[in-house]
Design a binder for this molecule. Sequence first.
Ligand SMILES: [Zn+2]
Length: 360
Amino acid sequence: MKRVYTLKDIEGLKAAGGSIPADAILTPQAKEALRDGLVSVATGAAPAQNKGGDPYPVPDKEIYWTPGSDPKTPEEIQKFFFSPKMQALKALIVDLGLRSYNKNYNDGNGGNFSVRVGENLVLCTPTMISKGRMSVEDMCLVDMEGKQLAGNRKRTSEVLAHIAIMKRQPKAKACCHAHPPHATAFAITGKTPPRCVNPETEIFIAQVGIADYGTPGTQAMADKVGEVGKDHDCVFMLNHGVITWANEIETAFWKMENVEAHCYTSMLAFQIGGPRQFSDADAEKLMEIRRALGMIDQPKNDKFRECNLCDTPDELRPGCVCSSIAQTDVKGTPPNAGFDSKAEDIVAKITQMIISELNK
Ligand SMILES: [Zn+2]
């Protein structure tokens, strides 16, 4: 937000050694004093604002680069790898690792993080390390083929899967991989959580993609993940775990939290009768928010295909009993709601047996 500066403000800035923002509005008296050289204060750059001119923009953690400007010589790469910007990013990854570990998302040495930091540069976590015990010194730098360029430890083999998404989807600049128990339970059964149940998941994840099984760390597996990941913010790797991506690493981790919480609550909801789903029209409003946030459009056949649990094949509604609860809210009371012919048969048979016994 632009600010009006009086002569008194400028004198205060001068005393404090500050500078006037480039977009500052000056009172006539302040303008005159500056023009006449009565006071002199440096003019600074315009304050960072997002496109909408939001006075309180969300801090932008995305990494930008100019094509063709990557460091190339070993000396340039080392300088870049230890630059304040990279050191701060490494510290953020260490912090995310600890948060992820403390949330029980990373068993043993499971999970990894990566951030694309140049046209052909990716910062990533090393192999064989607990995500709860990493330090800034452990981080690695690789190129977009996975070749290690810097770092004392060997890079994670799963960075190949992260790079496979980044190569196919330019919006994917950071990936997070973990084995959170509830989402992984879906992943090892080859199922995805229900749609149109949780607004936050609908916006930030929408349809979870499933990548077929492959040996972890191989290029063949990476390609499978890349093909699915280009159209899905979250990929379940069959019999393995979860990958989420975003324009920056903290958002990628938020998506991991979103999908894990959604899988957990869905499992609980299935146990108490199945989740209530909102309508396609309500879902479309959430899609509008998703689009406004600049997130990717998913393939058309993924959209809302699970909005009515009972219209979808069994494998897409794990554990769901198609009770009248789920259907009533979506499409009105279905015919024979609450009627279970098997149970009715049993009741009839038992009643008949009791009557026969009484008549003896
Ligand atoms: Zn894994």
